[in-house]
Design a protein around this ligand. Sequence first.
Ligand SMILES: [Zn+2]
Length: 180
Amino acid sequence: MVKMPRCPNCSYKLVLLSSRPKYKCALCSKLYPKKEIEVKEFQEFNKRRRIEDMESYEKERKEHLTRIREIKKDLRLLFNGFSKTPKEYRKWYYEKHKEKIKQLIEKIYPEESMEFKIHIPVLLITRKVVETIFGKELYEEIIKDEMKRDVLNSAWPEVNSIYDRFKKDIIKFLKNEKLS
Ligand SMILES: [Zn+2]
């Protein structure tokens, strides 16, 4: 209780008397028992502390909410980006190697349908792009729905069975697949 006690009557400074256990107001000269003033001061002190606690709690809560908002914003950006960026990247990558990929796929899967042949490299690249950008766990989440699509029914299991050998270079990978 560092603060100097104040007179309950006029709010001026109280002085503790040396002769008696009493406080005296230096302005209106009223006397108060020492105990009474100390109890009052203690209650005041607690009240101030409660207000300070509430203020710091409010401040922390606001900071927490701001953090949550920022995280949500980042996640939104991430997921909005997902429908665009990896697809664009995948398209660019596929277009770049299209002819070579076609030839190799034709040699590896001569008996399969056209659709299957198109999907194998596209899904391989998709998985690589998504895993590289979002990580394995998120890939599994994202791809679960993809795998339910009928069109991809036969392609996904094949892609997943050969995927572990696919490191970075699709052409190199397909050449090795052709040999094996
Ligand atoms: Zn006074």
